[in-house]
Design a protein around this ligand. Sequence first.
Ligand SMILES: [Zn+2]
Length: 63
Amino acid sequence: MASAWFGPCPHCNISLSYLQGVTGSTMTPQCPGCHQVVTVPRATLLMADHSRPAPLLRPPDPR
Ligand SMILES: [Zn+2]
């Protein structure tokens, strides 16, 4: 079951979206900012969170 949470990169502290259980998730995801591997308890896909603190302007992609 996919889930998502948000937090900083432990290396460079940029805001990241941690997407668990989605296509492309891995046990050794790399931060999109500093490209270091982030240790995660479950397979995770990391995405830079550009949506904060600005409000969400687009509806989520229904794919
Ligand atoms: Zn980083």
